[in-house]
Design a protein around this ligand. Structure first.
Ligand code: ZN
Ligand code: ZN
Length: 828
């Protein structure tokens, strides 16, 4: 099986002075390391020995003695004798040189990991590829000839982490030169950039469970109250800083292996609104990142005194993504900027929806030359969903480098069983680009697909290209945007795409030459099966029931799909829940629900008492259109979401503990019905619905039927679909005068958002959603004395949804007291 072929590092140089590393399965060379070689140098030498033998049959000895013909790995007395100038300082801990010197080969660099990385690059020049932990391509050749070598490499980024289950393996990670915190890189391969904790650490830094009771002032003031849950820290409180420093010092003592400590906001909103924090924000140009970075800097300055080698990490994420006006990150601080709201289809510099992020990136890179980015690389709600972000990925890793970014966390799916869409290919391409942003990504994709799918590579490449074309800007593609929580019903997953993809998978399955490859093709096909399955879940109203068209067939398909996942070892199809939990939810939610229909000459209304007393449809009979936004069948808890519903809360911030059970009262008429809701904490809700022309009148009375005083705020929210949001405005008169015409899509902004209005900023009893292109106008009216707050939410991410929410006045209800909220919903 061994071929006698000659491999040249540099083809043209084959004619020049060549080194015969192996000749017909025999070698005169020895691998030479220092007697005190570092662990990774020793490991590199062993890997070199192993793969050269696997390639050629020749086993080169490893020694610390000078030899007539040497492959030198790392600095050593033998290498020093050659009197070469190796620029170790410039190479840093991870860089290396590859050189031929007379009859010798030199692979030398940083002792931490550099020389070892040099070995892998040398082997790659001989044709070795480590595509996945299980699949490698090691060429066979009885004779190995090398042309002259003289090059130097350093990593493009100091921190390189493809975060996929498929990228955690120690050997795969070392061989592909990644150094991420979650990768199983131990001391034998020179360790890694080790975080502790990894992220979202405020609750650990100053635990509310320990401090809130005696010191509520340590925690966020939100809407007038200090909050134990749902918030952040009060970052201008000196005791919070003192405790934070003590905690970080404890963390460093307990985790000496950690090289970087994350002091970062909890994974939610809820910044502190106290006067001191607000004042700092004002000084920092209104940026919430101002108080955060001042706090992190102060903490990092203290930590540096005892631990000058440790880095402190924080986030520029969601509400802290805008940079501060004055404060600058200290040299021992790393800020991770997170483009969580970006469109992932298009290179960030080319997509209008990503302009906001490019602006932030530029601004941050102006104030620090040590910026990290937390990049997103999968659909977190649907790991299996086709996620054509390769144009973006391939363009943006080099773009980050241009902007001076020095570390990249590439967040994909890490679960017990892995299986996120294209995880293996993605990890491979990422690893290569993270090392060298000039690597030819298209060539990498081809080489991966060839090695991974063998004879099935051609249709799999065609499927890959088909996917990318769904989103690529015209004229090369359909120009759709994609998002990290995109929906299986997103427009880029068109029926035509699914049909074409099915055919390509058929071809790939037929071409596959082994069971292993057939399994890989089957795994890749799960994405389109998942889309079709999710779409079959869609509920419709028929014969008094709200249910999927073919419930029994759907259950069979779901079970078959899950058993397919189990066979492939896949445990999660989303970040938030396991597939086992999804199965439980399927059993709980996917069943027929009784529907109550109200109708007059203008509107038909479907109410599903069991789904939170929710109105699922308001059909305008003249146009036949459902004015309510239809929820996504792929969403968790579908169909128990969206529509028009009332919900009791403790206040405008805190959700009511427990759920509400609704029942239809007797005595409905064709255009009128009433419902009774019982909350788990004993509150009672009475709700009346009445159709009158093109208007639905609702009136809700919440009564405290318990024996204790309870804080309450009643929320009534409707989600409508007014068509493409580019031309949609929300129009109203403010209570303190003046007309508002709020455009929802604005340049350099993400196409989604939410706002709350208080006092005189609230609509004066009426607001409407208007599409300037025409169509139905949606109107919500309310008695303003009953309403304490209004909020507006919207998204154009793969759907057109506008939510208008009115809240009752928030108050403490004594036993027997009531709060009332009336609201009219209609079309014009
Ligand atoms: Zn504060
Ligand atoms: Zn885009």
């Amino acid at each position: 099986m061994y071929k006698a072929l000659v491999l040249c590092a540099l083809a043209v140089s084959c004619l020049a002075a060549n080194l015969k590393l192996v000749d017909k399965g025999r070698s005169n060379y020895a691998i030479v390391i220092a007697p005190d070689a570092s662990p990774s140098e020793r490991h590199g030498a062993e890997e070199l020995q192993k793969f050269l033998e696997e390639m050629s049959g020749a086993r080169l000895p490893i020694t610390a003695e000078r030899q007539p013909r040497m492959v030198l790995v790392g600095d050593s007395p033998a290498l020093k004798e050659l009197r070469l100038k190796i620029p170790y300082t410039d190479l840093g801990p991870e860089g290396f040189v590859l050189k031929t010197a007379g009859q010798h080969v030199v692979i030398a660099g940083g002792r931490l990991r550099g020389s070892m990385y040099g070995v892998y690059t040398f082997l790659e020049k001989l044709g070795c590829r480590w595509l996945t932990p299980e699949v490698s391509r090691i060429p066979k050749a009885r004779t190995l000839v090398l042309g002259p070598l003289d090059e130097m490499q350093k990593p493009a980024f100091e921190y390189r982490e493809p975060f996929f289950s498929e990228a955690l393996d120690r050997d795969w990670a070392a061989r592909n030169k990644t150094n991420g915190s979650f990768q199983r890189l131990d001391a034998s391969v020179g360790g890694k950039v080790q975080y502790f904790p990894f992220v979202h650490s405020f609750d650990q830094l100053v635990p509310p469970s320990r401090y809130f009771k005696d010191h509520p002032e340590y925690f966020s003031l939100i809407d007038g109250q200090r909050r134990e849950r749902g918030g952040q820290l009060c970052l201008t409180n000196p005791d919070v800083l003192r405790i934070g420093i003590e905690t970080v010092e404890r963390w460093i003592d307990a985790h000496p292996e950690a090289t970087i400590i994350s002091v970062s906001q909890n994974d939610r909103y809820g910044w502190c609104e106290c006067d001191r924090c607000r004042r700092v924000e004002e000084e920092e140009g209104g940026a919430h990142s101002g108080p955060l970075l001042r706090f992190v800097n102060a903490l990092a300055a203290e930590i540096e005194k005892k631990h000058p080698d440790k880095l402190i990490d924080t986030l520029a994420y969601q509400y802290t993504e805008d940079p501060p006006a004055k404060v600058r990150p200290r040299p021992n601080v790393r800020v991770r900027l997170c483009p969580i709201a970006a469109c992932e289809a298009h290179p960030y510099g080319q997509c209008p929806y990503d302009a906001y992020f490019v602006k932030n990136l530029r601004a941050w890179s102006k104030i620090t030359d040590r910026l990290y980015v937390w990049h997103y690389n999968t659909n977190f709600a649907h790991y299996l969903l086709p996620f054509p972000d390769f144009d973006e990925l391939i363009a943006d890793i080099p773009m980050y480098k241009q902007h001076g970014v020095v570390g990249l966390f590439m967040e994909g799916g890490v679960t017990q069983g892995g299986g996120a869409e294209n995880a293996e290919l993605r990890s491979y391409v990422m690893a290569k680009l993270l090392w060298d942003v000039k690597a030819d990504a298209n060539k990498l994709i081809d080489e991966f697909l060839d090695g991974y799918y063998g004879k099935a590579a051609k249709p799999m490449r065609a499927y890959f290209d088909l996917m990318q074309r769904q989103v690529r800007m015209a004229p090369d593609g359909m120009g759709k945007h994609i998002w990290i929580y995109d929906r299986p019903s997103a427009p880029y997953l068109s029926d035509e795409f699914l049909a074409n993809a099915r055919e390509l998978f058929r071809q790939a399955g037929a071409a596959a030459e082994s069971d292993a490859v057939r399994t890989r093709v089957r795994k890749a096909r799960l994405g389109i099966e998942y889309v079709a399955l999710t779409r079959a879940k869609k509920f419709t109203v028929e014969g008094g029931w709200y249910r999927p068209a073919d419930l029994d067939g759907l259950k069979d398909r779901w079970n078959t799909f899950l058993s397919g996942l189990r066979q492939l070892g896949i445990t999660n199809i989303s970040e938030s829940t396991t597939a086992a939990r999804d199965d439980q939810d399927f059993g709980k939610y996917v069943r027929p629900y009784r529907v109550v229909t109200l109708e007059n000459s203008r509107l038909r209304l479907h109410v599903v008492p069991e789904l939170g007393g929710r109105i699922t449809h308001i059909i305008d009979l003249r146009s036949g259109k459902n004015v309510l936004q239809e929820p996504e069948p792929g969403a968790k808890q579908y169909p128990d979401l969206g529509g028009l519903a009332v919900t009791p809360y403790e206040d405008y911030v805190t959700r009511m503990p427990g759920s509400t059970t609704w029942e239809l009262d007797a005595g409905e008429s064709p255009n009128e019905a009433s419902l009774t809701g019982t909350c788990e904490n004993g509150l009672r809700i009475k709700r009346r619905l009445r159709l009158d022309g093109a208007v639905l009148h609702t009136e809700t009375i919440l009564e405290n039927t318990t024996h204790a005083a309870l804080p309450v705020a009643l929320q009534s929210r409707w989600d409508v679909d007014p068509g493409g949001l580019e031309t949609v405005v929300v129009r109203y008169r403010k209570q303190d005068g003046g007309t508002v015409e709020r455009a929802l899509i604005e340049p350099e902004r993400i196409p989604a958002g939410s706002e709350s209005y208080n006092g005189g900023d609230q609509p004066d009893g009426e607001w409407r959603v208007v599409n300037r292109r025409g169509g139905l106008v949606m109107v919500n009216r309310f008695p303003k004395e009953q309403v304490g707050r209004c909020s507006l939410t919207w998204t154009a991410k793969s759907e057109n949804r506008v939510g208008l929410t009115v809240w009752s006045v928030s108050r403490v209800l004594q036993p027997g007291e009531q709060v009332k909220l009336a609201a009219d919903y209609g079309t014009e």
